[in-house]
Design a protein around this ligand. Structure first.
Ligand SMILES: [Zn+2]
Ligand SMILES: [Zn+2]
Length: 254
């Protein structure tokens, strides 16, 4: 599987102001900047969008994405998310105030989007992949995703506070080749991390210690404001299997 960590646009820093990944050009994990990356034709190849949660840095690019691809592909893309996430999108984002109600309009005219409510811990098909959503610990209902194509698998864990039992559980997944794990803050901001249910560099290292030693872990969701400080702390930890998941980078799992 080929995973493109979509670029973000804060100049002068490679931090993760927005979160979004595209797998093999056809599946998106989160949509923070999805509508702003690539051409409309490229975006129309994306058949499934899996959302971790409703926070704006993970969904901000969804309205423009759905607008960009409307009518280009023969069928609309499918949006997969927890019920509370779908309800938040309907109530706030596709309210008719911030953006037209693409969800409601899809019931009465050529659809913009197909909606699929997901259930935690129950595998579901997504094109040629099988996905599993695993609940995390965050300020709103949030899930990690395991994505498995039958040969290789990887996981995305963002946004979350410390969940030791889940780090161990996901680390045992067969065919797991890599993990994108959030590291939002430097250790100096541990109070903010606790209040917002995110990981500091120290908590990131604690999580890595619970994962298989050979598993490549990509640090993601690093706040642009503190990027240099957080990355310096991660590098100083000397964790050989940890890499920085820089926005714009393409990662292959095989
Ligand atoms: Zn969040
Ligand atoms: Zn976030």
């Amino acid at each position: 599987m080929r995973v493109h960590i979509l670029p973000t646009s804060v100049q002068g820093t490679p931090g993760h102001g927005l979160t979004g990944f595209v797998v093999d050009g056809v599946l998106a994990l989160d949509a923070g900047q999805l509508g702003q990356c690539g051409t409309c034709a490229e975006q129309s190849q994306i058949r499934d969008v899996l959302l971790t949660h409703s926070h704006i840095d993970h969904v901000a690019g969804l309205p423009t994405f759905l607008d960009n691809v409307y009518g280009i592909a023969s069928t609309p893309p499918t949006l997969h998310a927890l019920k509370p996430t779908l309800e938040a999108l309907q109530t706030h984002l596709f309210s008719g105030q911030l953006w037209p109600d693409f969800i409601g309009l899809s019931r009465v005219m050529a659809p913009f989007v197909a909606i699929r409510e997901i259930e935690p811990n129950r595998p579901f098909p997504c094109g040629r992949y099988t996905a599993i959503a695993i609940p995390l610990q965050h300020t709103v209902p949030t899930v990690a995703y395991l994505l498995d194509d039958g040969r290789d698998a990887f996981a995305l864990m963002t946004d979350t506070g410390p969940v030791p039992e889940l780090f161990e559980k996901i680390g045992r997944w067969p065919r797991l080749r890599g993990l994108f794990l959030e590291c939002s803050f430097p250790r100096r901001l541990h109070e903010l991390a606790n209040a917002s249910q995110h990981l500091t560099s120290d908590q990131f290292a604690d999580a890595v210690a619970l994962l298989p030693p050979g598993l490549t872990v990509f640090a993601t969701h690093i706040k642009p404001r503190d990027y240099e400080e957080t990355v310096a702390e991660l590098r100083a930890l000397g964790l050989k299997n940890v890499q920085i998941g820089e926005p714009g980078r393409v990662v292959e799992f095989r």
